[in-house]
Write a protein that binds this ligand. Structure first.
Ligand SMILES: [Zn+2]
Length: 276
């Protein structure tokens, strides 16, 4: 199955020092280690050789006071790239409105929240100014809103939190990363009901999902991917994925989906997420 164009809707682009700190904590907490490069040039060479044409460049701020600089860095890196689509982030304890407005004015195409790590989620009132700006500027929001891989105790994730967002900001396109694992059925229902709800496949539909996430991708039927192909987009978590890049796609490509469904998953749906 050849896919004409590929967008990876879930790539992390962050300064190498910050990435090193993130990797250290993922190694400690999830036992994951990573072989993929973190410098943009090397990342893009690897993505390009894997057949990826563009990617959403996602930062996140694990503490207050860092988002403005981080967003500027991502925007500057993306300005030198013909593959990166820059996203921005903000922390709940930042001057949320001014950080997000500055990022949107400077060209950020959406917002990313790693909810459990940032300790602020889709129902957090501190982030309401960010969500209102997303509506005003017509920019999408991508949340790590699910409980996987180790956040079942977090109060900042879960289908209920995400549902609150969908009810409060019906005009904002919102993606739940990782197919919403471990509450995938609830997130799939929301995607069925609401045009503005998206899911990304990151780590949840790969050939390594069962051993890495402890989630069985076969619980998501081919039919579901076909029916919801305009709401589901391919993502990888590159460069922080604890296995070879091709393993991420292998699970999807091994399914018996139509060419049109694959086009949606690997490219078209990301366009609808970005541009409406
Ligand atoms: Zn991620």
């Amino acid at each position: 199955m050849a896919v004409a164009e590929t967008t990876d809707a879930h790539v992390h682009l962050m300064p190498p020092r910050l990435m090193a700190a993130i990797r250290k904590s993922l190694a400690r907490e999830a036992g994951w280690t990573f072989d993929h490069p973190v410098e943009r040039d090397a990342m893009e060479a690897a993505l390009r050789s894997a057949g990826v044409d563009r990617y959403l460049a996602l930062p996140y701020a694990h503490e207050a006071g860092m988002a403005a600089d981080l967003n500027e860095w991502v925007l500057a890196e993306s300005a030198d790239s013909d593959m990166a689509v820059p996203f921005a982030t903000v922390h709940g304890d930042d001057e949320v409105e001014s950080v997000v407005r500055a990022a949107f004015e400077a060209g950020a195409r959406g917002l990313k929240f790693q909810c459990p790590v940032q300790e602020c989620g889709p129902a957090d009132p501190r982030l309401a100014p960010a969500f209102e700006l997303a509506a005003e500027y017509d920019r999408p929001v991508l949340f790590h809103a699910g409980t996987a891989p180790m956040f079942e105790e977090s109060e900042h994730v879960g289908a209920d939190q995400f549902a609150e967002f969908v009810a409060s900001f019906p005009d904002v396109r919102a993606c739940a990363a990782h197919m919403g694992t471990y509450e995938t059925p609830a997130f799939l229902d929301m995607a069925r009901e609401h045009d503005q709800v998206f899911l990304d496949t990151t780590m949840a539909l790969s050939s390594r999902t069962a051993d890495v996430l402890g989630f069985d991708p076969e619980t998501i039927a081919d039919e579901t991917l076909t029916d919801l192909s305009d709401s589901i987009m391919y993502g990888s978590d590159f460069p922080n994925l604890p296995y070879p890049y091709d393993d991420e796609r292998r699970g999807l490509l091994a399914r018996d989906l139509s060419e049109s469904t694959y086009c949606d998953l690997f490219h078209r749906t990301a366009g609808r997420f970005l541009d409406g």
